[in-house]
Design a protein. Structure first.
Length: 223
């Protein structure tokens, strides 16, 4: 490296001239430092992460919106189903009340006839019992036609069994009037008692479920 002041040759990289002491820093004023390049990988990673998060958010939002729509539809279907069951149950309960009203009337008339068998003309009693049997058969058919939710079926079956027992009792009593066999009279009495018991159990079971489900008020329970 040549000194610009005295012209002496110095070693390359020397900071000052060994002859005159001139500093060589002034001779590198034309040096242009190279600016270091900023690393962009960090920024690129951040952009990628943000893009992924935005995408995930949009997917979740769209799915949740679809679920809400589905849930709303399901809720509507469930509500409509509940209303249908409620209407169906109320209608059936009214039908049971009517059937039960007729059942009680038939039983009372039948009991009057059985109690008066000793003092009543057997022909007259036979005709009355036969008429009650016809009414009981019609009552049984009405009970079969009632449409109730599955949870009431067991109670409804008991009621149907009660009517069937009543009809069997009448059949045995009619046979007793024909043949005069005491066994037929005993069977008639037993079947009548069974009919009343089945009816009571059925009504208790059906109305208890209806009250629990809110289909009827407790004050309107059939006694």
């Amino acid at each position: 490296m040549q000194c610009s002041r005295c012209g002496r040759e110095n070693e390359d990289g020397a900071r000052f001239c060994t002859e005159c002491g001139e500093f060589f820093v002034k001779q590198i004023n034309n040096f242009t430092p190279v600016k270091p390049q900023r690393k962009q990988s960090g920024c690129l990673f951040a952009v990628c992460v943000m893009s992924v998060l935005i995408f995930v958010f949009m997917v979740i939002w769209s799915l949740s919106s679809g679920d809400k729509t589905d849930m709303s539809g399901k809720s509507t279907d469930t509500m409509q189903g509940t209303i249908n069951i409620l209407d169906q149950t109320k209608t059936a309960m009214e039908g049971i009340k009517k059937i039960d009203h007729d059942f009680i009337i038939i039983c009372k008339e039948y009991q009057k006839i059985t109690k008066a068998l000793g003092s009543t003309n057997s022909v007259s009693a036979y005709g009355q019992i036969d008429d009650l049997k016809v009414f009981s058969t019609a009552l049984f058919d009405e009970c079969l036609k009632l449409q109730l939710p599955d949870e009431y079926k067991e109670g409804k079956n008991k009621y149907e069994t009660g009517i069937a027992c009543l009809m069997t009792s009448m059949e045995n009593l009619l046979k007793y009037l024909d043949d005069g066999k005491p066994s037929q009279l005993n069977t008639a009495v037993e079947k009548l008692e069974s009919a009343v018991q089945y009816r009571t159990n059925a009504i208790v079971e059906i109305t208890a479920i209806a009250v629990d489900n809110g289909y009827i008020e407790e004050t309107k329970v059939i006694k």
